[in-house]
Design a protein around this ligand. Structure first.
Ligand code: NAD
Ligand code: UDP
Length: 311
């Protein structure tokens, strides 16, 4: 039975990953400092003998033995959270990354880094293939996250070249689904919560900017496939190419929930990317992976989750 560390395992993606790995007969050590993670995301796993929770901040070194794989997901992901303490965000993606790579080296374990489409910044190439180097502001309010994740990729490849550590890099595009934090500030959770609560729906800018949203189950399948393939060390895009404007997303959500909410337009945040769509040719070729859940199938399940929270 493999022993697998999931950092950020109490978060949105991490908790779904823990579920999948436990169901696949692995021992899982969930490492989380609960900055944005929630105990209730992993409550159902606490009695499972194959699941262990370690409350730990990855900015501090971690000593563990007998580890086969490490999924490094620890990092706040929503702009509201990663900008709350930007210096800590950079430390998590740099010092924390070094700590997790050292842990991988000592254990001869394979490490998968949860990277992001944000490394493409405000992209001038559309859709974005892995070869594109990106268009990132190094000194703006999003930089703590974007540049942190870029350095994390650099560290992964340097540990691979210099020390032979086996690494995998997933460039994750916008993902949504149950267990997103209701106050997380990302667009899908914001629009659903606002509509349920009859609050104004906050579109930033004119809503013409685009994103491509992947349902969480598809993303987790992609992460596990990427970790366990032996063809490539380099980054692979994981996301759903179904692209739409933020205005259209608001229309889709409000059409599914009875509400008195109306739309309000607010200022567009600094450096907000104008368009984003993954080129998933590599994932399809190398992992034989592609998302199977359309937005029309994934949104109702996400709405059901937020409704059940009785906010
Ligand atoms: P999340 O905020 O729900 O989860 C992040 C988890 O990491 C939380 O449980 C948090 O408590 C933990 N954490 C943060 N800093 C930590 C630290 N220093 N030490 C230990 N734990 C720490 O976010 P998520 O959406 O689940 O994202 C998970 C990962 O995937 C992140 O690395 C994120 O950058 C990446 N990602 C997510 C998306 C997306 O759309 N969800 C897109 C691209 C990349
Ligand atoms: N957005 C919005 N209203 C909100 C939250 C976000 O219009 O209440 C916009 C945001 O400006 C961005 C898009 O939705 O253009 C996606 O934002 P999110 O924070 O979810 O992800 P990211 O910008 O990191 O892709």
């Amino acid at each position: 039975m493999p022993s697998i560390v999931v950092t950020g395992g109490a978060g949105f993606l991490g908790s779904h990953l823990c579920d999948t790995l436990i169901a696949g007969d692995a021992k899982v050590i969930c490492v989380d400092n609960f900055f944005t993670g929630q105990k209730k995301n992993i409550e159902h796993l606490r009695q499972n003998p194959n699941f262990k929770l370690l409350e730990h901040d990855i900015v501090e070194p971690l000593e563990l033995s007998g580890i086969d794989q490490i999924y490094n997901l620890a990092c706040p992901a929503s702009p509201v959270h990663y900008q709350h303490d930007p210096i800590k965000t950079v430390q998590t993606s740099t010092v924390g990354m070094v700590n997790m790579l050292n842990l991988a080296e000592k254990n001869k374990a394979r490490l998968l880094q949860a990277s992001t489409s944000e490394i493409y910044g405000d992209p001038e190439v559309h859709p974005q293939p892995e070869e594109y180097w990106g268009n990132v502001n190094p000194i703006g309010e999003r930089s703590c996250y974007d540049e942190g994740k870029r350095v994390a990729e650099t560290l992964c490849l340097d540990y691979h070249r210099e020390k032979g550590v086996e690494v995998r890099i997933a460039r994750i595009f916008n993902t949504y689904g149950p267990r997103m934090h209701p106050n997380d500030g990302r667009v899908v959770s914001n629009f659903i919560v606002q509509t349920i609560q009859n609050q104004p729906i906050t579109i930033y800018g004119d809503g013409s900017q685009t994103r491509s949203f992947c349902y969480v189950d598809d993303l987790i399948t992609g992460l596990v496939a990427l970790m366990n393939q032996d063809q490539t060390t380099g980054p692979i895009n994981l996301g759903n190419p179904e692209e739409l404007t933020i205005k259209r997303l608001a229309e889709l959500i409000t059409a599914q929930i009875e509400s008195t909410s109306s739309i309000v337009y607010q200022a567009l945040p600094e450096d907000d990317p104008k368009q984003r769509q993954p080129d998933i040719t590599k994932a399809t070729d190398i992992l034989a992976w592609q998302p199977v859940t359309s937005l029309s199938a994934g949104l109702p399940q996400t709405i059901e989750y937020f409704t059940s929270l009785k906010l």
